[in-house]
Design a protein around this ligand. Sequence first.
Ligand SMILES: Nc1ncnc2c1ncn2[C@@H]1O[C@H](COP(=O)(O)OP(=O)(O)OP(=O)(O)O)[C@@H](O)[C@H]1O
Ligand SMILES: [Mg+2]
Length: 329
Amino acid sequence: MQFIDQARITVKAGRGGDGIVAFRREKYVPAGGPSGGDGGNGGNVVFQADSNLQTLLDFKFKQIILAENGRRGGPNKCTGASGNNIVLKVPCGTEVRHLETGIIFGDLTIDGESLVVAFGGIGGLGNAHYLSNRNRAPEKFTEGKDGEEWLLHLELKLLAEVGIIGLPNAGKSTLISVLSSARPKIADYPFTTLIPNLGVVRKPSGDGTVFADIPGLIEGAAEGIGLGHEFLRHIERTRLLIHLVDASALNPLEDIEIVENELSAYGHSLIDRPRILVLNKKELLDAKNLKKLERKLNQGSISEVISISAIMSNGLDILLNKIWSKLEI
Ligand SMILES: Nc1ncnc2c1ncn2[C@@H]1O[C@H](COP(=O)(O)OP(=O)(O)OP(=O)(O)O)[C@@H](O)[C@H]1O
Ligand SMILES: [Mg+2]
């Protein structure tokens, strides 16, 4: 499952400071030589990949990015201060393109990697540079150059390997929230989730993979009913599905069938995708009824059933071990 997050921004590097015209003034030196300093260089706009970031959402609110201008030169051949660079953090996997031509400026993939996307203008020259035998008192200087300005298109591509599916209210968002640092909205009504939530789930060794919690599926989802249609398209690219079922529902078997039928009706061999059947909310059933339900499901089911309580973080280790072994990572 690939999610594309994008943003459109303008970056403008700092302008170089102007050179200045000045002459030395010293006691007993009636005509001091030219001493105008150069302007400082403008600051660059720099992007830096940061593995703690997951989205380009910040850029929806910050669309124009300016680096600092260089300062003017000073007397006594003092060079003006350079403008500071502005360093913006972007998630790993951000591709930077020129908006109009599509030319790729760079692809930031490794944590800490940086890319100058707009160079600051160079500072102008002060009149001290123009001293010659013919002109002992030059009045000439140059202005600082403008910094580069670009309209950029940022695109972040994330690939989810594991999709969490199920009827509305099964606890899909609750599950991703206890497995990862994702903090989706959770509520006791159907269709709480309107867009997929992504979370990185890690093994104790630190490796991990992206899970996606998608909106609830209902009967007819494959034909576009409810919110399911669009999201079934997305899960075509996952390697593993977690089919989450509310164990406390009136008829969990029927619920499972609805989701299975949707996978099948959708086609694209979604029904053949490896998946794990997971009963959530197990704490709402007494031990005897839970066993009965598990046994019933194991009889005709697609795979062995794992019972968990997402809300109480119960049974998650067993589930995760199963996931890692199915993914072979
Ligand atoms: N193990 C559990 N025991 C009891 N209640 C639970 C459990 N897990 C989740 N819930 C509750 O179930 C409700 C639905 O949870 P959640 O929003 O995670 O479902 P969802 O499958 O993401 O729904 P939707 O498809 O509408 O987005 C919430 O009120 C949540 O607190
Ligand atoms: Mg949800």
